[in-house]
Write a new protein. Structure first.
Length: 333
């Protein structure tokens, strides 16, 4: 089960890791439409998680293998006011309330790198204490998207919590790519840039052969369809990209540098598959893409969680009592 599901980056990655979805809860209407359009079989519920009652779901405590949440980033973002738990958008308390009610075997929480600042240590430690009181062992870790096949730096603060026996078997995912050898922005987007006959596509792709700066989706309060603050836009300009907006189409014959990226191109840089479609107007759709948890990273962490749960399940086969416990809880697909 997942809350704050957004456009489905984390959900798609966890699906690729073998997890089925009991429910996905998201407050934004356009993001819900995106989820339903791409996965009609998913049980998508539009709701504010602060008002949602977990006991209204057809899920008994202990039934879930995994509870996941990509709670809003603005309270901890380096680009925001960094109000942390004092920010009304902090939904970690809501996520922990779901964990307390549903008692999943594993928990996956994702947020921005800013959460790992020293000033937010009390927040992080408080979350660990609450999970510990519920019987989980947990750990925070900083992961970079470029280490898992995504042509973008995108550091993320990840928390994984598991029941003690599974936590002992858990290993953080190994890097799947060498950032120095993986395809950069140019190689990733070259075909798209050339799709309308832009004669500068090859030269641009060669110049843009590096990992992309971190995309910034902003929030409903702040941020439009641009690729981030002035520092990020300067980095984009160095590879021939105008980060001040989002284009409707790839460049065509005669279009000069720098060029704007399309929503589809930005989604590729986030690790979404080419056929993943986003609902809503340009700003709403870009916000979904820019705030997403890249699917390849979610898949890598999800596989590590699944392996830990499977190791515990295989141990359960040695004991009838433990086998009964195994049948009580959900397992990955």
């Amino acid at each position: 089960m997942e809350i704050c599901a957004g456009a489905g980056g984390q959900a798609l990655g966890l699906e690729q890791a073998g997890f089925g979805h009991t429910a996905l809860i998201e407050v934004d209407q356009d993001a819900c439409a995106t989820l339903r359009a791409n996965r009609p079989t998913w049980n998508v519920l539009q709701a504010d998680v602060r008002d949602f009652k977990p006991d209204s779901l057809a899920v008994t405590p202990g039934q879930l293998s995994l509870f996941a949440a990509g709670v809003p980033c603005p309270p901890f973002s380096l680009a925001g006011q960094q109000l942390g738990s004092a920010d009304e958008r902090d939904l970690f308390p809501a996520a922990l309330a779901f964990v307390a009610a549903l008692r999943p075997q594993a928990v996956l929480l994702e947020n921005v790198k800013g959460l790992l600042q020293t000033k937010f240590a009390p927040c992080r430690e408080g979350i660990l204490r609450q999970l510990g009181a519920l019987g989980y062992l947990a750990e925070w870790r900083l992961l970079y998207a470029c280490d898992y096949g995504v042509p973008q730096l995108r550091p993320r603060a990840i928390l994984v919590a598991l029941e003690p026996s599974a936590f002992a078997a858990f290993r953080w995912p190994e890097k799947t790519t060498d950032p120095l050898a993986m395809p950069g922005v140019g190689e990733t987007l070259r075909d798209s840039m050339a799709s309308r006959g832009w004669e500068l596509a090859d030269g641009w792709a060669q110049k843009a052969g590096r990992i992309a700066p971190t995309l910034c989706g902003g929030s409903k309060k702040h941020g439009g369809p641009d690729l981030g603050p002035s520092r990020a836009r300067k980095a984009w300009a160095e590879i021939g990209v105008n980060g001040a907006g989002v284009a409707d189409f790839p460049p065509g014959p005669g279009d000069p540098l720098p060029v704007k990226l399309t929503l589809a191109q930005i989604a590729l840089l986030q690790g979404f598959p080419p056929d993943w479609k986003f609902s809503g107007r340009k700003t709403a759709a870009y916000r979904q893409v820019g705030n997403a948890f890249p699917p390849p990273v979610a898949a890598a962490v999800g596989r590590s969680i699944a392996k830990a749960l499977e190791r515990v399940d295989s141990t359960c086969l040695a004991s009838p009592a433990a086998s009964a416990q195994r049948n009580r809880v959900g397992t990955p697909m």
